[in-house]
Design a protein. Structure first.
Lengths: 649, 158
């Protein structure tokens, strides 16, 4: 069901602004629209953003120290007030953590810098003089640099007045060249012709050997400091991740409120809030406002022409999780219909048919039930968990109908003969199974066309309903009826004739009335012919349901292949090998079936979704709604326990 | 010794189904894996979504294995028992053609779509569902190939 949205306008005193926003946030049912820019609000928003940023960074620092959360571990629960109280302490903590982390980072970079320095000075350890003062000799120019060992011999050709000295062995050798200052230019040019790289000593006193020693000593101290800091960080981090997580949630709640406040239109004494509220929540919102103040003006009206409300749907308990499946495709147009309640039963039916193994269904249903029970997931993952749970139940039923249990026949399991499958065996009667798939497809597709008809009637557009939709139902049903007498014995041929007449009537309707807004009768017929070509579209839509069968055998046959492989392992005539084989086979069976369940559940989920989106929704669904984003508690780590109606003030 | 043509054809069919469809999946999953590793190196939280997309082109290989196994069972290759007629063997070989080539080519094509989908997840993580759907569209044709191969193999009398 699509919920009607109302446009609300609230005007109240500025003094009440903070409390009113708090109260509205607690209702979680008002989406606030941008009204202007409030200077004072901007500063508060920046501060709130800062807090979120700080805590996110703290959480990132803590992540390596945090303990792993189990798959089934439930989220902690708290009220807004509780997590809000922890916020200041958490900010202090994150400041402290940041100081340590920054210290640690700078220590690390200093160690790295020193190490690079040591590496560059090491070849110079035989250099006997002070690095800064050796050049202070009047009239002499020194060149320090690195020269390739292969070019060392060429140094002999240097100017007669220049001297050189080498300080190490190896491929690249450290070298100092000295010459009178007036010869410097020619010596420099000579050096350029060699494989020579200038080397500048770092700004340190003493000989390179001394510098290396000092730096090594320094790095030892820094390493100690680093490990101290790391220990301090680990100590701070242990067990504090939970606290920071809930504080981050509190900060996000505060930030959302600040963001809303910063966008309100204001005068010197009042503020004006424009927003969307679902029709059934208007009382709740008004009560929330009343609990803060009675000096206010509130108007709630229907959306005007051109105002596009967000799309909100509400469904019965069974269909609600399936909204997530619809949302994966697109939200409904707020003026269209919500397809979810119509899609949900088909989804369950088709999903079970694709997986169609009682054993797998039991595993899937139990796992998802446990997940829902223990983890209490909400939102998308919660929705999908419920969808898979229903899918699992349906799989159990289909497994009984087609007679497979972990890839085995029910008959071999129970020792019965010919009791199972209850319905039909796809291996021995594949054509029957295909007909079943196509039959379900026809029902599914025509149901979609019927929904479109209903939608058109409800808008008063009976022509579309009759000529564009009913005609297709007539054609498809008629053609099927026409084929029945030739395929099944004992059906009178009159049924076929009736079908043919119905199909012809449908085709005639399309031919004559498809282009009903065109005056020219020739153009009219041409657009009717174009529409009739759609029959190929219906045909391919129906054939698409063959995937139900294919995915069904993919699950069943692969499961039996796994069983067969493992029974081969168990079949050794030697006793020791047999025992070993049984052990290995049991472990392998669990792993292989788990793999098969995982991959086929994924396959069934997506292929079933595709049948809904393309074949079913394609017939009637109108997309394009945008999500409703009320001011509320968008927390990630803590489940807020406040009831939407209660006031946190 | 006289060659058992029926058995040889059947074995060739089983091998072709497993090998060609397996190559398709290997290429598809490989491509998607490379793209996924790139995204995960930037944002490790995307691992789950990337893995799901990487997994999707892997089904062709499984379908190929399935048909290979059904052919092998039908021709008695696993038990080493009865020989089958050359006609039956050749039919089994031809029955493997749809899943062999359908699997090979759709696996590669699906891998390419999965790569694009993974790139999409890198930019818009919330659109994961759409990326998966587009990838699954390609798989339709592998599923149809599987169906025809299965029906053909099932129909062979030995």
């Amino acid at each position: 069901m699509i919920v009607q949205m109302k446009r609300m306008t609230l005007v109240a005193h500025k003094d009440d602004e903070a409390h009113l926003l708090q109260a509205l946030q607690a209702t979680q049912s008002v989406e606030i629209l941008e009204g202007g820019v409030q200077e004072a609000g901007q500063a508060a928003l920046e501060h709130a953003e800062d807090n979120v940023q700080k805590l996110s960074e703290a959480l990132a620092t803590l992540r390596p120290f945090g303990e792993k959360q189990g798959l089934f571990a439930a989220q902690p629960e708290a009220s807004v007030e509780q997590i809000g109280k922890a916020l200041p302490a958490a900010i202090d903590f994150s400041d402290k953590l940041e100081t340590i982390a920054r210290d640690l980072a700078s220590t690390k970079s200093e160690i790295e810098k020193n190490e690079a320095l040591i590496a560059s000075l090491r070849p110079w350890t035989n250099f006997p003089a002070d690095m800064q003062t050796f050049q202070n000799v009047c009239g002499v120019k020194y060149f320090t640099g690195l020269i390739a060992a292969s070019d060392v011999e060429k140094l002999e050709d240097i100017d007669a007045c220049a001297e050189y000295q080498l300080f190490n062995e190896g491929v690249v050798r450290t070298c100092v060249v000295a010459c009178p200052e007036d010869e410097a230019k020619s010596v420099a040019n000579f050096l350029k012709s060699l494989d020579w790289t200038d080397f500048v000593f770092p700004k340190r006193d003493g000989t390179p050997a001394l510098a290396v020693k000092e730096l090594t000593e320094l790095n030892r101290e820094l390493s100690e400091k680093k490990s101290d800091l790391e220990q301090a960080l680990a100590k701070e981090a242990s067990g504090s991740a939970k606290m920071v997580e809930s504080a981050l949630d509190a900060a996000v709640i505060e930030r959302d409120r600040a963001a809303a406040a910063a966008e309100l239109a204001t005068t010197s004494a009042t503020f004006q809030l424009e927003g969307w509220v679902p029709e059934d929540k208007t009382d709740l919102v008004e009560k929330a406002i009343l609990s803060v103040t009675d000096a206010y003006y509130l108007s709630v009206r229907d959306p005007a022409e051109g105002e596009i409300p967000p799309s909100v749907v509400e469904n019965k308990k069974f269909a609600t999780p399936f909204e997530q499946v619809t949302n994966l495709y697109s939200r409904p147009d707020p003026k269209g219909i919500d397809a979810t309640p119509y899609m949900a039963p088909f989804y369950v039916l088709l999903f079970g048919m694709m997986l169609s193994d009682t054993g797998y269904g039991i595993v899937l249903a139990i796992l998802t039930a446990l997940y829902i029970k223990l983890k209490k997931p909400t939102g998308m993952s919660g929705g999908f968990a419920h969808v898979l749970f229903w899918g699992g139940l349906s799989t159990i039923v289909w497994g009984v109908l087609v007679g497979t249990f972990f890839g085995m026949d029910f008959d071999t399991l129970f020792g019965t003969t010919d009791v199972f499958p209850l319905f039909l065996d796809p291996m021995s009667n594949p054509i029957g199974m295909l007909i079943l798939c196509f039959g379900l497809g026809v029902i599914h597709i025509l149901f979609g066309v019927g929904l479109k008809m209903k939608l058109s009637f409800s808008r008063g557009d009976w022509q579309t309903a009759i000529f564009d939709n009913l005609s297709w139902i007539l054609i498809v049903c008629g053609l099927i009826l026409y084929a029945v007498p030739s395929a099944v014995e004992g059906i009178p041929a009159a049924v076929g004739t009736a079908g043919l007449i119905a199909a012809a009537a449908g085709a005639l309707m399309i031919l004559l009335f498809k282009g009903r807004n065109k005056k020219n009768p020739i153009m009219r017929t041409i657009s009717g012919l174009g529409e009739l070509y759609q029959v190929t579209g219906f045909l391919s839509d129906i054939l698409s349901y063959a995937r139900l069968f294919a995915l069904g055998i993919a699950t069943g046959v692969i499961a039996s292949v796994f069983n067969e492989l493992c029974s081969m392992l168990m079949g050794s005539p030697v006793l020791v090998l047999k025992i070993l084989g049984i052990l290995v086979a049991c472990a392998l069976l669990v792993a292989l079936h788990a793999f098969n369940i995982a991959i086929n559940t994924l396959g069934a989920f997506v292929h079933c979704a595709r049948l809904q989106y393309v074949e079913f929704y394609g017939k009637f669904y109108e997309t394009g709604g945008r999500a409703f984003r009320p001011l509320g508690y968008h927390t990630k780590h803590v489940r807020i326990t406040d009831e939407p109606s209660s006031m946190s003030d | 010794m006289e060659l058992q043509w029926g058995t040889i054809f059947a074995a060739a069919g089983a091998a072709m189904a497993a090998v060609l469809a397996g190559i398709g999946s290997a290429l598809g999953v490989g491509m998607a894996g490379q793209a996924g590793a790139g995204v995960v190196s930037e944002d490790p939280d995307r691992f789950g979504s990337c893995l799901l997309l990487q997994l999707l082109p892997g089904t062709q290989g499984i379908y190929g294995l399935l048909i290979a196994f059904v052919i092998a069972t039908k021709a008695g290759l696993l038990s080493g028992g009865a020989s089958i007629s050359a006609t039956a063997g050749l039919t089994l070989l031809l029955a493997a053609v749809p899943i062999a080539f359908g699997g090979l080519l759709s696996g590669i094509a699906q891998g390419k779509v999965a790569v694009s989908g993974i790139n999409m997840i890198a930019k818009k993580p919330e659109e994961q569902g759409k990326a998966m759907l587009m990838t699954v569209m390609v798989e339709t044709y592998a599923v149809l190939s599987l169906l025809i191969s299965f029906l053909l193999v099932n129909g062979v009398r030995v």
